[in-house]
Design a protein around this ligand. Sequence first.
Ligand code: ZN
Length: 230
Amino acid sequence: MLKDWLFDFKFLFFPEFCLGCNVLLIKEEKKICITCRHDLPAIDLKLNNSDFLNLVFYGRVTLQESASLLYFRKSGKVQNIIHNLKYKGREDVGILLANWFGYELLAEKRFQTIDAIVPVPLHKKKLRQRGYNQLTTFGMRLAEIYQKPYVEDVLVRKYANTSQTFKDAFSRWMNVKEIFDVQNTEKLINKHVLLIDDVVTTGATLEACSIALLKINGVKISILTLAKAE
Ligand SMILES: [Zn+2]
């Protein structure tokens, strides 16, 4: 009773808005309204084995498995949700998404043989600026659900992303091939790594991460992204 009352009180003075569409949330809704939850362009996790990443990487990096959870549409709800997670400090969105989709992935027997979950890292300067890696809450919650370690001190980003400022071929090549590296490699020897990222568009970042991870003996790679561009 008191708890209910306190909730109403909080709600009156600190209204919460949907992270997908900005409507005022009702008491029963958390972070994302029921309409958005219902309308989210979720990707059928069963049908994901022929995911386009396998095609993108074909002949370059062999993936064990790959999946994306949602379709990313320009100015759509998924873009809003990820924007909130990435730039607005709403790290709680990551936990929500892991809770929504983590158990579904398990139920669909996806990524059954992974040994560790590894996020695409931010450059340390970017990490300082933003204060967090937008993948941490999602990855850590997913690691709990899968009961596997979350490993964020092996794959590192050596250079800040310069692709927006330098368009010449050399820097693009640098971006793809040399931007990531590995340290503390003993942690992942002979492990099947689930590499996670927020949105995949061309796959270049994930490919570069995979190339770095494959320097470690016996590593196998699967990829999971929150969203993929349609
Ligand atoms: Zn909404």
